[in-house]
Ligand binder design. Structure first.
Ligand SMILES: C[S@@+](CC[C@H](N)C(=O)[O-])C[C@H]1O[C@@H](n2cnc3c(N)ncnc32)[C@H](O)[C@@H]1O
Length: 261
């Protein structure tokens, strides 16, 4: 079993999703305050959907002022009106609980990591496989999703050892089941790769997001042995020219490869 270091919770409070939620609460109180004044002074009672639209507008404006990324503005704008519309359908409450639990188990800490689940595919796996040095090695996919790459590499390279580490419980569990059902020797850990010591690996594969890349570069430099490889699909590292670049899919994203000097 590979050891994981402990984690500071302070990161969670700086997450854009937490800021977005706070701004949504602030907008709610601003709108309630405004609506109460209108009601008390001139007797206007605004319809709930209009109030929700106004709340969305205020939340989006505040988010813009706080420099949240553009997709957050859209989420902030639509959140309250969508909530009012869906509540109007009068669905049984357990549907909301089920949807929440499903999203939670799939996306888990995405609000903090800003790395959601989306998958690479067989052409990328084949390209990664062809990049690997022709000797027994230990490789890991950090953020292994449903385990596709790790299972594929473990099957193609039985002389080597492949790991996947995944934060979200449902993708991790599905990877584990896939390995067991296929008698595949791949290992799947549930946890945060930021807390994993990467010094034991010869190859690290990452398909993450632009925000994750600079911290990953520092980790690669600090922990990985000389001669090891960092491979990133789609996302480059600002200021770090890759040693090699490949395009597994015509006109598609690149695979970037850095070799530790
Ligand atoms: C874009 S998906 C890539 C999936 C897989 N590597 C592939 O190529 O199909 C990124 C995955 O990384 C996971 N993830 C994000 N941050 C993580 C972290 N700090 N530790 C472990 N997994 C993480 C997400 O839950 C998500 O499943």
């Amino acid at each position: 079993m590979l050891p994981l270091r402990s984690h500071s919770l302070s990161l969670s409070l700086k997450a854009p999703a937490v800021q977005a939620l706070c701004l949504q609460f602030l907008s709610f109180f601003i709108i309630v305050f405004g609506a109460t004044i209108l009601w008390k002074t001139i007797g206007w009672v605004l319809p709930i959907l209009l109030l929700a639209i106004l709340q969305g507008l205020v939340a989006a404006l505040l988010s813009r002022r706080c420099d949240l990324a553009s997709w957050w503005l859209l989420i902030q704008l639509l959140f309250a009106p969508a909530l009012v519309i869906v509540l109007g359908w009068q669905l049984p409450p357990w549907i909301f609980l089920l949807a929440f639990l499903l999203m939670l188990s799939l996306y888990w800490s995405t609000y903090r990591t800003q790395v959601p689940l989306y998958l690479s595919g067989p052409r990328v796996w084949k390209a990664v496989s062809e990049l690997l040095p022709a000797r027994p090695l230990r490789g890991i996919d950090i953020g292994s999703g449903l385990g596709g790459l790790v299972l594929n590499l473990a099957k193609r390279h039985p002389e080597s050892e492949f790991y996947g580490i995944e934060l979200a419980p449902l993708p991790w569990l599905l990877s584990l089941l896939r390995a067991r059902l296929r008698s595949n020797p791949a290992h799947f850990l549930r946890g945060d790769y930021q807390l994993l010591d990467l010094s034991r690996f010869d190859v690290v594969f990452a398909y993450l997001s632009p925000v994750a890349m600079s911290p990953l570069w520092l980790k690669f430099q600090a922990e990985m042995p000389v001669g090891s490889l960092l491979i990133s699909y789609e996302f480059a590292i600002e200021g770090q020219t890759a040693d090699e670049m490949y395009q597994p899919i015509k006109d598609g994203p690149y695979l970037y490869v850095w070799r530790k000097q």
